[in-house]
Every structure is written in C-alpha cells, then in structure tokens.
Design a protein around this ligand. Structure first.
Ligand code: F7E
Length: 326
C-alpha cells in the first residue's frame, strides 16, 4: 500500500486530494496544526466524512523539527505540500507572516524530505499568482514570473527552492503552477465563495447587498476536484517536471457574479456595491493558462465547466443557508 503525506489536508485541495488518494487505496497521512485538532467541528469540517480513514499528525510549518519528525516516522512514497497562507489580500496586510510561513515552510519540508525520506516524491503547490503582472498571454511553463504580492513572491521562492532540490540533490520534486480553482469547499474570503454565499443569503432575505472590489479582474477558474488529479498525475511521471494547470478559458469576476445571481432569478446590478477598500494595492488583472503540456504529457483535462462550477457553488450555499450551517 502506497503512503501519501499531505500538508494543508484540512483545506479545500487537501480534502479533495485525500478523498482521491483513499479511493486509489493509499494510506493517507496529513499534517494538521494542533489548534485544528482541538477544534474539529470548525477546522476539520471538510474532512468530516473521511476523518476515520486518515492518519493525522500534529505539526507546524513554522517548526522544522515537527515536520522532520513526521516525515521520518511516516516514510511516505509521495508528499503533497499544499499548506500556505493562501489569501492574496492578507499578504498585503501581513507580508511578514506570509513570507515566513510560505517560504520557510516549503524549505523545511524539502530539507526534511531530503534528510529523512529521500526516496519520496515531492509536490509543491505553486500558483498562477507567480505570473502576476503577466508578460505574455496565455501563460505556460516558460513564461517569466512577475509576482505582485508577498504571496506571489513566496510562491516564486518555493518554486525555485523546489527546482533547486531537484537539480542539486536529485529529489523527485515538482511544482504544479495551478490557476484559480474553486468549489463548495472554498474558504469564505475568496471572491467566488463570497459571491455564492451572498447570493444564497440575499435570496433568503438574510443579506441586502454584496460589496466587492475589482470586478473587471479576469481569471482562469476551474474546479478543485479536477485539479487534485493533476497533482497526483505529476508524481506518477518518469521525470519530475513543472506543469501549468488551468482550463485555458478566462472569465471576469463580473461574469461569475452575473451567472450566480441569474441562477436564483436575480440581477446582480440590483445588489452590488463597489468598495474601494477591497481593491488591492497591486492587482493581478488577467490570468489565463496555456495547459497544452499538462494535456499532452499528463493526459489531464478538466471535466467541470465554468457555468457548472458557479451553479454547484450557489446550490451548495443555498442548502447551507437552508440548513443553517452558516
Ligand atoms: O480574488 C477580485 C480580486 O481572492 C480573485 C488564491 O487561491 O488563486 C487565488 O487568488 C479576484 C482578484 O483569488 C473581491 O481583486 C474583487 O482579482 O478569489 P481571490 P486570487 O487572488 O486570484 C490563486 C491561484 C492562488 O494561488 C491564491 O492562493 O477577485 N476581487 N472583489 C475580490 N477578491 C476577494 N477575495 N474579495 C473581494 O471582495
């Protein structure tokens, strides 16, 4: 039985990946912060259905010894390093903890792998935020990076660390440069979930309006469930290579908004308030993946379309509001 170790297992991607690997008969281990283990109802809701099948270890990205101990003990075949401070806006408010956690966390994970489980294959969660102020459209594996936030910078550093471990120490280490991916499990601070929950609450007269920042921003949005398969495929290859993972289709925040409101028979223009405070000091205006390599070499193709994603998120939040889950 293969063993996988996931950091960030309680997040959107971690929970889908854990389900995917359990179905493939892996023994799945996860690293969780101690506070999360102490507050399961709030922090481990995404793992509710599969928790009994997981091996959860308490550790912190800020502590090299805690990570080294777990990696040494588990001896995983595959490591998926997904944990990070991943909210771009927050990285402007607190550059220091974003850079510390994301850069050191990745370095600690790579160093522990090299030292204690050198046979293990290593996946690093890169991000389209590395392309930032894009120098070409669409973006592929050779596009130059131009990050626009501490978050983007931390991901570029993680990417370079991963590449260097591959080249210097022969670690099977790869980066997936994933474009935005969403689902009903998305955190509430991200724009798609903010919209789907607001639509459900407005429809049920629990909220009157929605405040947003730059609705002209363009993103390449896919479904997280599809993207975890790409992570796994990257570690099944003969050679560790970096891949751009996205749909190759672009939409504005406004389009997301429009479809979400339309789905419940409302017009977003009647409820939208633009709030200048929600604009970012340096915005990433446009992102679009050129996923040709992942299609050709990994045989990966996203299955869930943009409209389906929007509708699934709104439907899920309508149920949540009805069941008073939120
Ligand atoms: O913003 C605009 C905002 O916070 C999307 C993370 O998973 O994907 C995500 O990063 C766009 C931006 O995601 C609001 O200015 C307008 O242009 O949902 P978001 P993100 O920043 O694209 C990448 C790939 C990652 O790696 C990240 O970890 O929407 N926007 N009004 C807003 N965004 C938010 N959050 N809230 C607003 O009110």
């Amino acid at each position: 039985m293969k063993k996988a170790l996931i950091t960030g297992i309680s997040g959107q991607d971690g929970s889908y990946l854990a389900e995917f690997l359990l179905k493939k008969n892996y023994q799945v281990h996860g690293i969780i912060r101690r506070v999360a283990l102490e507050d399961e109802t709030h922090r481990l809701w995404r793992l509710r259905k599969i928790k009994k099948d997981l091996n959860l270890h308490s550790g912190s990205l800020e502590s090299f010894p805690s990570l080294a101990k777990i990696i040494n003990q588990v001896q995983p075949d595959e490591i998926y390093h997904l944990a990070a401070q991943s909210y771009v806006s927050n990285s402007f408010e607190d550059e220091f903890s974003t850079l510390n956690t994301n850069i050191n966390g990745t370095h600690f994970m790579l160093a522990s792998t090299k030292e204690f489980a050198p046979q293990s294959k290593f996946y690093f969660a890169g991000s389209s935020e590395m392309f930032g102020k894009t120098v070409e459209t669409p973006q592929n594996e050779t596009t130059k990076f131009y990050p626009r936030s501490a978050y983007g910078i931390s991901k570029v550093t993680g990417f370079e660390l991963t590449r260097n471990y591959r080249e210097a120490y022969n670690t099977f280490a790869t980066t997936g440069i994933l474009f935005n991916h969403e689902s009903p499990r998305r955190g509430f601070e991200f724009v798609t979930r903010k919209i789907s929950l607001a639509v459900a609450r407005i429809k049920n007269n629990l909220q009157k309006e929605i405040s947003l920042g730059n609705i002209k921003a363009k993103r390449d949005w896919g479904h997280a469930k599809d993207y975890v398969e790409a992570m796994w495929l990257m570690l099944q290859q003969q050679k560790p290579l970096d891949y751009v993972i996205g749909t190759g289709e672009q939409h504005t925040v406004e389009e997301f908004l429009s479809i979400a409101f339309q789905h419940v028979g409302l017009n977003f223009k009647d409820y939208l308030k633009i709030d200048k405070n929600l604009f970012r000091p340096a915005e990433v205006e446009t992102l679009l993946a050129d996923p040709i390599n992942s299609k050709k070499k990994l045989g990966w193709k996203p299955k869930i379309k943009f409209e389906e994603l929007v509708v699934e998120m709104v439907e899920s939040d309508l149920r949540n509001v009805k069941d008073k889950t939120y």
